[in-house]
Design a protein. Sequence first.
Length: 102
Amino acid sequence: MHETAAAKKIADEIVQKKAYHSKLRIGKMYGNKERFLDLVKEFLSETPLENATIDAEYTEVIIRCACGFKGTVDVKEHVHFVRCPKCNKVAEIIEGNDIELV
């Protein structure tokens, strides 16, 4: 559900800004960027921007943990939290958990 709401929000921004060519930065925590782009395009259908082009790039997931670990972690699918690879505790997400229309 979270992914769908985010896709709707991005589609609304594209329509509002009349952005016929857009670029998205998608945090890897959102999972599959092609699936996310498909959702955005679905929300754009039957709008004046249904033929807009959207490029997307991933942003890496960077975490910080109480144990002192700070770095990039590999996320393969949509998740809501990340465990530290050093101590296995839930870590603070610094980057990679957002979507930005550039």
